[in-house]
Design a protein around this ligand. Structure first.
Ligand code: TYD
Ligand code: MG
Length: 451
């Protein structure tokens, strides 16, 4: 390992960082013993017979046929169903419901006559049966195996030729060609490469379950996410009954899509009306609460933002948030001070998105300001009002995307008034501007919201 072949590099198997010399620890991602020598030489032209390029215009266009799993929220995060031959990674903390959901999906698909092979390296067949009984999963076409060796799995797939393969979890699989233990960087990467090969060669849809480390990444190589076609993560508060799945990457559809589920005595059930769920526990006539129309992927969703503004007892005021970037709050507080004279530097600001959602879009700004000022002044915002809009540093309210969809969701959920950017009004399909209040600046907004 000390002497490097000409043209080769040492590549971190976790993050892909390349180095000219071997090191015990990757300087980029901090993974130990992850650098492996890889040949850097490119093949001689003509060394392989089938080297060719085609004009993009003459390439066969892919008409992606999708298979609906029958679970509406899972189909949504997949981008409208499962693409045959695709490799999907589902990540999440232990106990969040990964095995439960995929056993349900497996049974749904198997009950329609397709064959599903569920490989579990985590639980015994009896344990899976127990869970299956609870979920009412009893389809004859659902096969379960506790084999964890790649060779055995490939053999099984050849014999059974399933339509869907589920692997629970990728960290328990082992490939005999790699010496390291299951769950190690090398094993996880090698096994994933082999599942990819299997999926593409046999056009076999495959879902891999992946464990998540303390800091929220899929345990094992980061490049796992680059290998697979679709990456889905369970996100949000573990203790809640509602469970959220976010599309982090999708080669066949939009990313950032959100699926909403509820954990019940019979497994994870899709939630058809997330706005209703997120607003269910809202208290009306309370200061510091504002309902915003957010976009989650392609779907509008109403969520409640809550702020609590109190006099600080610390030398520096606190900004504590859940579901919102605290830096954005700090910036908006500075803007408020400059543009409206509302000075919050002796106040602690706590902010929370009800329902455990994480919001990051700019359209959040108006709701943040509304909630903070409402709490600061102790004046409730009208409970039939929804707001959305970005705010610039000059205090100007800026247009946001998908205004129509947001407005439709707000009125559809029975709200009577929408406060939104004036600059969005021209782009609206929404005719008859009844119920719409447009604002051009943050002062306009505070006025419109009665703050
Ligand atoms: P599980 O799917 O095993 O989580 P993971 O595979 O992500 O580690 O189970 C998650 C939790 O769900 C477990 O604590 C029990 C609970 N649960 C229900 O509430 N209802 C059900 O129908 C099932 C099967 C599990
Ligand atoms: Mg599990």
């Amino acid at each position: 390992m000390s002497k490097r072949d000409k043209g080769s590099m040492f590549v971190c198997q976790s993050c892909g960082t390349a180095s000219l010399r071997w090191m015990g620890r990757c300087p980029s991602c901090g993974e130990w013993d992850s650098l492996v020598e890889e040949s850097g030489s490119s093949p001689e032209p003509g060394a392989e017979k089938e080297v060719k390029a085609v004009a993009l215009a003459s390439a066969d266009s892919l008409d992606i046929a999708r298979v609906l799993t029958g679970n509406s929220e899972f189909d949504r995060v997949l981008g409208g169903g499962m693409v045959p031959g695709s490799l999907v990674l589902l990540g999440g903390e232990p106990g969040v419901g990964k095995s439960t959901l995929l056993l349900q999906i497996s049974d749904l698909i198997a009950s329609r006559g397709d064959k599903v092979l569920y490989i579990s390296g985590e639980e015994s067949a009896e344990q899976i049966k127990l869970r299956g009984d609870r979920l009412g999963a009893n389809s004859k076409n659902l096969l379960v195996s506790t084999e964890t060796g790649m060779e055995g799995i490939i053999w099984l797939v050849d014999r059974e030729s399933p339509d869907l393969l589920v692997v629970d979890s990728i960290q328990t699989m082992r490939s005999p060609e790699t010496a390291s233990a299951p769950g190690s960087v090398g094993q996880v990467r090698d096994c994933t490469m082999r599942f990819l090969d299997l999926a593409k060669r046999q056009n076999l849809s495959t879902i891999l379950i992946g464990h998540i480390t303390k800091d929220g990444a899929i345990a094992g190589p980061k490049i796992l996410e680059h290998i697979v076609d679709v990456v889905l993560y369970f996100e949000g508060n573990m203790s809640q009954n509602q469970k959220l799945i976010r599309t982090v990457k999708n080669r066949f559809g939009p990313s950032n899509e959100l699926g909403v589920f509820e954990m019940t005595a019979r497994g994870l059930q899709p939630v058809d009306n997330p706005s209703g769920l997120f607003l269910a526990e809202r208290k009306k006539h309370v200061s510091g609460s504002v309902v915003m129309a957010a976009m989650q992927g392609t779907r509008p969703m109403l969520v409640e933002l809550q702020a609590l503004v109190t006099r600080t007892s610390f030398s520096t005021a606190r900004r504590m948030t859940a579901g919102v970037d605290p830096n954005r709050i700090t910036l908006l507080m500075a803007m408020l001070e400059k543009r409206t004279g509302i000075i919050l530097n002796s106040c602690d600001v706590y902010m929370n998105v009800a329902g455990g959602l994480a919001l990051s879009e700019p359209a959040l700004d108006l709701a943040v300001i509304g909630a903070v000022v409402s709490s600061y002044r102790d004046i409730p915002v009208d409970d039939k009002t929804v707001v959305f809009g970005e705010v610039g540093l000059a205090g100007e309210v800026r247009a946001v995307s998908s205004a129509d969809a947001r407005i439709r969701e707000a009125f559809g959920m029975g709200f009577k008034q929408v406060i939104m950017p004036a600059t969005n009004i021209d782009s609206l399909d929404h005719n008859g501007k009844k119920g719409l209040k447009v604002v051009g600046s943050v002062l306009d907004f505070l006025d419109s919201a009665g703050l």
